[in-house]
Design a protein around this ligand. Structure first.
Ligand SMILES: Cc1cc2nc3c(=O)[nH]c(=O)nc-3n(C[C@H](O)[C@H](O)[C@H](O)COP(=O)(O)O)c2cc1C
Length: 325
């Protein structure tokens, strides 16, 4: 059976973690992933009031005793109470992303809660190593949503080389068994997947967005700043982009950001209206290049079984073919 150091560390069967997609990786997805033997994550919302997050943690606990965690967009302001409530609830792990993780790793020390640091630069990967993160998620630019400008293949490898004994998990562009097997060959101990779980029954975002993912091909996404600029999103745009499915809005404004910002308030309204109406020509659908590998919306349990069985098959058979054994 396929197992890695990540499985031992977290007490799980399969070395897969669902990405903590803000507000849309809710209790339902985290429960389904954890119950299936992988590691489920709730994506905390951005509300300074931690009530929603507390309810989600409780909802997972009512359905499973399997380990699970909570992830944060740690560059967003006002999340102190939510972070503290996840630590107080003693979830198995929390993840911090899009920031220098040093202080947040130190804050969790002694709480009994493990800390994952999702990093987008080698500088922050080194800080995560020095601060003693329990797991480092190396996120490459194929990822859906907010992500690095560095390619997954070389960035994961670079992080593995500096991480010492800290398990590294690969994120960005992995949606099937061969992708997981490749990440393990790079020295990662598992895969962290967002886009594949957008097209799951349990993802709490809108159905029209799931539909866009299963229609998109590998070359239908763009790494852009347009939506972040219009919405003043809390990301360091020097090092973090936003991968979305290309649409009329990105075709018009990507590369024309200065002109776009002259219309910021009206475009912001257009995006809100389109999002409410499910109009994917203007609304952002955050998804990565792995969309091209996804053709159906499935239960998370089915997705996980398929990926593990494909990965085991590749890892068993491909080396023999390559090495002539
Ligand atoms: C719809 C969507 C929302 C996301 N939201 C978050 C988030 O709130 N916090 C976070 O740390 N990462 C978020 N991500 C990025 C993921 O954590 C992850 O790195 C990425 O999905 C991995 O690449 P993949 O999409 O190719 O699987 C999001 C990704 C997607 C697709």
């Amino acid at each position: 059976m396929l197992t890695t150091r990540l499985c031992t560390l977290l007490g799980i069967d399969f070395p897969i973690i669902n990405a903590p997609m803000t507000g849309t990786a809710s209790a339902e997805l985290a429960t389904a992933v954890s119950k299936s033997g992988a590691f489920g994550m709730i994506g905390s919302n951005l509300d300074p009031d931690p009530s929603w997050l507390k309810e989600q943690i409780q909802a997972v606990r009512e359905k499973t005793s399997s380990p699970f965690g909570v992830g944060f967009i740690s560059s967003a302001p006002g999340l102190e109470k939510s972070i503290q409530s996840a630590l107080d609830a003693k979830v198995t792990a929390i993840s911090h992303s899009f920031v220098d993780p040093t202080d947040l790793i130190n804050q969790a020390k002694g709480s009994g809660v493990k800390v994952f640091a999702q990093v987008q630069t080698l500088a922050n990967a080194k800080k995560a190593v020095n601060a003693g993160a329990d797991v480092i998620i190396a996120q490459g630019n194929e990822a859906g949503g907010h992500t690095s400008y560095l390619g997954t293949l070389s960035f994961v490898r670079a992080v593995v080389k500096i991480a010492g004994d800290i398990p590294v998990v690969a994120a960005g562009g992995i949606a099937d068994g061969p992708g997981l097997a490749a990440a393990l060959m790079l020295g990662a101990e598992g895969a962290w997947m967002g886009t594949r779980f957008v097209a799951s029954l349990e993802w709490a975002g809108p159905e029209w967005a799931k539909g866009q993912v299963i229609l998109a091909d590998a070359d239908d996404t763009v790494l852009t700043k347009v939506y972040d600029l219009v919405s003043d999103a809390p990301f360091d745009m020097e090092v973090i982009g936003d991968r979305v499915i290309s649409n009329t809005f990105t075709d018009r404004w990507h590369g024309q950001e200065a002109e776009m910002m002259a219309h910021q308030s009206e475009l912001s309204e257009d995006i809100a209206t389109a999002t409410a109406a499910g109009d994917a020509t203007t609304a952002p659908v955050r998804a990565g290049g792995a969309s091209g590998l996804i053709r159906s919306i499935e239960p998370a349990s089915y997705i996980l079984r398929e990926i593990i069985s494909q990965a085991e098959d590749v890892l068993r058979n491909r080396p023999q073919k390559l090495l002539g054994g």
